[in-house]
Design a protein around this ligand. Structure first.
Ligand SMILES: NC(=O)c1ccc[n+]([C@@H]2O[C@H](COP(=O)([O-])OP(=O)(O)OC[C@H]3O[C@@H](n4cnc5c(N)ncnc54)[C@H](O)[C@@H]3O)[C@@H](O)[C@H]2O)c1
Ligand SMILES: O=C(O)[C@H](O)COP(=O)(O)O
Length: 631
């Protein structure tokens, strides 16, 4: 007897729960466009991969480019729109001054709202209307901002390098991509570092102020020479190496401390890489160029100043927070530090009358490192390109909160990305009961060596497929692992060597196995688990196994799976019922134990059959159970 029709129809509604999913919704209302859900969208993504592939390489720390899959832009019709907004275009909020060329690029694809000097409350009020936000260092993009966006904010662009003003953890949790503009202001920052170094050595700022006050004090402002002095560059990245190169040109001996710096770069510039302590002990001048991170926070403190040569001079164009400002004040007063030049401060702007700013041996500028005409135009274009790309679902070469997936890998994995998402979607629809999905094992069969397959993207897409149909979450490469962990969904991965495959093809099959659940289609159970296996044929993802039965159905449209007693006329009967309702069949395949024994019929349909049609199929005598699954 055929399974109860109601059970079968419930297949379309996905009663399954993924562990601790906050909401269960009808599948039809929750299937969302995935950035890679169609080959077409992935091909456009691949095209952009190719265009950058020669310049893209994995970067250690932040030194070189990264490529990740971004999140496709939603359009802005789901929120109240600003009056000037063009419906259907994404909205980009530019919260700090951005160069014209960048604004022009943004305006080609988006409604651009330039609103500067917003308070946190004003930013939080605006953000639910925005798909992207562009900031410099003056705007704090806090957890509160991400939460206020209600999931609409898809990308934050930092028009500059330092991302210490953006809560990356909160961004990742909500699946918001963060991109920066890491290269365009390097030279400007390095030049400002050198400007401060020379100004410090020759008392330019103090002498200037004194003369403007009507004085003429030639003896007071005798400086020190730079030539033959030792400069320690702390943080030998983009800016640090440019400062080092210029300091070498000034005839200085240059040391660098950077735990991650490549020795060949240092050798090429004529720089000696040393430990933190050695740098402090040998330097006459110290120039800071490391990012502000938990490990560099106040790394210049009483203890480190005590290790310095007496009379050392310090330049900081990195971040105020890397110096304990109270400790610097003490070191200046005690003479350990003769002079300091500061472009950056723990709190910006510092309080009026700040004692460090007022100190006579301190030269200050109001965070001007990146502020040249050239750098600001460059940064604006760099960030606008990254944000536009991300909004169009393309690649972000400068993402800071997503794993790097090299472009070549993305191109090759494109059809498998779709396969992974669809296997996840089908598998979760086969789960019944309230136990929830907790344990999923993914097995990749490949003829390639174990270290020759990057599965992070595939895993992310399987997670997306498993979670999205049964929750309100939106999953992408940024937040997939986080959301899975948060929901107690354990994904284990295994590589299985392929005997028959070739290394030309990255993957033979992907198997998704859900343990410790019941299935509404018992035939999908193998060894106690729901098991689906898929592969890619001619660039199209196919389902090739359901439980212990081989099938072959392309993963497009929707699928009806029937378990039946193998007998003549079955295909015709089912086909007739679907034909009566004008439901187009795209694919049909039968996998069986043996002739006239049990079989699984997989039918791909382009349209969604009505409940009545599904009831008629369920009523066919030879059909023991069936399920309708939406992709
Ligand atoms: N004042 C400005 O206007 C201005 C302009 C540009 C950059 N910056 C700041 O300058 C800093 C450097 O920028 P960049 O573009 O060179 O970045 P970068 O990422 O290219 O270089 C930073 C380097 O610091 C190194 N590093 C990390 N931790 C370290 C540690 N504990 N000790 C020593 N080195 C460490 C990294 O390995 C890296 O090589 C950033 O903080 C950036 O925000 C300021
Ligand atoms: O990290 C940076 O890029 C610099 O600090 C520049 O910051 P700004 O964009 O606020 O000038």
């Amino acid at each position: 007897m055929a399974a109860a029709v109601t059970n079968a129809i419930a297949g379309a509604a996905v009663a399954a729960a993924v562990a601790s999913a906050p909401q269960r919704e009808d599948l039809s209302s929750t299937v969302r466009a995935c950035p890679f859900s169609s080959l077409a969208s992935f091909q456009s993504l691949s095209a952009s991969c190719r265009s950058v592939s020669t310049s893209v390489r994995p970067r250690k720390n932040s030194g070189s480019a990264r490529i990740v899959c971004a999140v496709a832009a939603p359009t802005s019709t789901n929120s109240r729109s600003p009056s000037t907004e063009v419906v259907g275009k994404p909205t980009v909020l530019v919260a700090e001054k951005l160069g014209e060329a960048g604004l022009e690029l943004l305006k080609k694809i988006a409604n651009v709202d330039c609103s500067y000097n917003l308070s946190q409350e004003e930013l939080c009020a605006k953000i639910p209307l925005c798909d992207a936000l562009i900031v410099r260092s003056g705007t704090k993009v806090t957890r509160e901002v991400f939460e206020a966006s209600n999931g609409r904010l898809k990308v934050v662009g930092r028009a500059g390098v330092g991302i210490d003003n953006v809560d990356l953890q909160a961004a990742t949790e909500v699946g918001c991509l963060v991109v920066n503009a890491p290269t365009a202001n390097t030279i400007a920052a390095a030049e400002h570092g050198i400007a401060l170094l020379t100004a410090l050595a020759r008392n330019v700022a103090q002498a200037n102020a004194s003369m403007k006050a009507g004085e003429w004090k030639r003896n007071k402002y005798v400086g020190v020479s730079l030539v033959d002095k030792t400069l320690a560059v702390m943080g030998f990245g983009k800016v640090g190496s440019e400062v080092a190169r210029r300091a070498r040109g000034l005839g200085m001996h240059v040391l660098a401390h950077d735990p991650y710096a490549p020795a060949d770069r240092a050798r090429a510039i004529g720089v000696e890489l040393v430990s933190f302590d050695e740098a402090l002990q040998r330097a006459d001048f110290i120039s800071l160029h490391m990012p502000l991170t938990p490990s560099t926070d106040k790394v210049f403190n009483d203890e480190s100043f005590a290790k310095c040569k007496r009379g050392v001079r310090i330049v900081n164009v990195a971040r105020g927070g890397v110096i304990d400002e109270e400790a610097l004040f003490r070191a200046l007063d005690s003479g350990i530090v003769a002079q300091a030049a500061l472009d950056v401060f723990t709190v910006e702007p510092p309080q009026k009358g700040d004692k460090l700013v007022q100190h006579e041996n301190v030269v200050v500028t109001p965070h001007l490192g990146a502020s040249t005409v050239e750098a600001q135009e460059g940064v604006a274009v760099e960030i606008a390109e990254a944000v536009v790309g991300a909004l169009q679902g393309e690649l972000a070469a400068t993402a800071v909160n997503a794993p790097m997936v090299p472009s070549e890998v993305l191109v090759e994995l494109a059809p498998y990305v779709t396969l992974a998402d669809r296997l996840g979607r089908l598998a979760v629809q086969l789960v019944s009961g309230g136990a929830g999905v907790k344990d999923v094992k993914v097995t990749y069969t490949s003829a390639r060596a174990d270290d020759d397959l990057d599965t992070r993207l595939l895993r992310a897409m399987i997670i997306k497929g498993l979670i999205e149909p049964v929750s309100s979450a939106i999953i992408n490469l940024v937040n997939a692992d986080f959301v899975a962990k948060q929901r107690g969904l354990r994904i284990s991965e295994e590589r299985r060597p392929s005997d028959s495959g070739t290394v030309e093809v990255p993957l033979e099959t992907i198997e998704v196995r859900i343990s410790h659940v019941d299935s509404k289609f018992k035939t999908a159970i193998s060894g106690g688990d729901i098991v689906l296996v898929g592969n890619v044929k001619g660039g199209v993802p196919h389902l090739v196994r359901v439980g212990d039965f081989s099938v072959d159905v392309s993963l497009e449209g929707s699928i009806i799976l029937c378990k039946q007693v193998d007998q003549p006329g079955m295909i015709g009967k089912v086909g007739n019922f679907l034909g009566e309702q004008n439901v187009n069949i795209s694919f049909m395949s039968v996998g069986r134990d043996a002739p006239r024994k049990l079989a699984v019929m997989a039918i791909g349909v382009d349209d969604t059959p009505t409940k009545e049609t599904l009831a008629k199929i369920g009523g066919i005598n030879a059909i023991e159970e069936f399920v309708f699954l939406k992709l």
